[in-house]
Design a binder for this molecule. Sequence first.
Ligand code: DP6
Length: 328
Amino acid sequence: MKTKTKAKAKAKAYSNIAFIKYWGKRNASLRIPVNSSISMNLSSVYTLTSVEFDEKLKDDKIKIDGSISKGVERERVIKHLNRIRKIGKFNIKANVISRNNFPKGTGIASSASGFAALTVAAVKAAGINISQRRLSTLARLGSGSACRSIPDGFVEWRKGKGSESSYAYSIYLPNYWEIRDIIAIVGERKKKVSSSEGHKLVSTSPFFKSRMQFLPKRIQRIKRAFRDKDFTDFGKTIEEEALNMHAVMMTSKPALFYWLPDTIGVMNSIIQWREQGLESYFTLDAGPNVHVICEERNSRKLTDKLRAVKGVKQLIVNKPSIGARLVG
Ligand code: DP6
């Protein structure tokens, strides 16, 4: 950045739900995953972040959800700003103000939308001009799942061979398929083990190797379901995948349990309603909340029924959304 004037930009990025999960890294510091993953951006859960590089600042100032960021969280943001300063070949400190419209640490991925918004805003504020593919690669270095919040709609993150080739791209635009993700919030407790820590444990699970063996076929199957808009096969595949990832988590050493009793209650209701002809499927990330995936025509009925399930505190209905954008 050559100018002496202040440079400021603001971006909005949506969280995403993985249908094929990212769980395990081939390279931890570069966040290169052991497998490709597939996700959908979520219209109702997002982060808004403004970044201002200001020569008057002696230190980076980071505020997340109204509080000054400290410790590991602050270090992670600074590390990301440093990546951008390195590309821009300057060393001006930044004022970062970020706001999530959902609670942190609930299993709704704040790191995904957070690092996607931070990347887009900081790159723009730094006056750097790069492709969407490079934005995605850069966001990945902040948090793996963040690379999937850069492109629009339904997204694949190619695991890649190295850092440059590990990025996400849009496989279908948001309006391709009218499906919904109703997030049933059953717990708002901050999780004990972050996903960054959890990733390190995958190889300690005896089931990890067999998960790896099944994944290429499962990825093909989900892509076929997308192409044919075969909701039943799509749903079966994503449910199988979520349970598979959680089986690896639960059999890691130490074991990781992200579910609460009410999580299982919601999952059972989904299965029961399905047997009665109301079709939906569940998926879960590293947290207790259940993402209920359904076709738009069943969304209303399912929200009414979910509201009455024990332990459900809140419902967040999401449409497929666009990716990260600069905002005014
Ligand atoms: C279970 O992207 O949070 O949500 O790269 O260490 O920041 P880091 O991990 P993160 O992991 C997300 C794991 C997951 C599955 C997924 O979103 O694919």
